[in-house]
Design a protein around this ligand. Sequence first.
Ligand SMILES: [Zn+2]
Length: 233
Amino acid sequence: MVATDDIARLTLGTFVRPPAETGTDHPRVEVVLAYVVRHPNGVLLLDTGIGAADDETEAWYRPGRIPLAEGLHTVGLSLADVDLVANCHLHFDHCGGNPLLAGRPVFCQRTELATARTIDGYTVPELVDHAGASYQELDGETEILPDVFVMPTPGHTPGHQSVVVRCGDGTVVLAGQSHDHASDFSADALAVLARRAGTAEPLPIAPDWMERLLALDPRRVLFAHDAAVWEPH
Ligand SMILES: [Zn+2]
């Protein structure tokens, strides 16, 4: 069984979210994080970094990239060590390194892949349908390795998914971009708990799947764009 120490985080760069997307007058620098799970059956990588985009997207987000090989090196791994890949979703800042992992099975929701292939401007198509791409299309919650589950967490995109790792010393949720920040997750968790405790309405509405995630009693929840970590109080 995996231990929480078998899960490592790597940094694959930053981008600058412009004011039009932050809902404020200010831009916001966001980090791009990926995660590896060293499982007895193989090394799983969740998300692969920021892909090369068109000039307009580059100017809009001003990405600073750390090559995937370099990021993996910081956790003692190389591209060749990666056996399995999952993408929380297929925007260009999450699947940028997928072409470097050609031939490796890539777990994603069927809905997400269909969306990426049909909506113009959704992502960079070459990052999704590259030579050697090998998608394992999932329809909902799936155990992809013993004690490693992919769970749909739609919202940011229709096919967004998170990875849940049942470790010997607690459950870790690699939430991807289910929430932009750990504090957003915390707010939704508190809303669920308040409703469960019978606090009178009105209460904030949290996504349906928050109930399911919290029922797993996570010891730690980690995110794609926030180095902050949620832990239960
Ligand atoms: Zn993102």
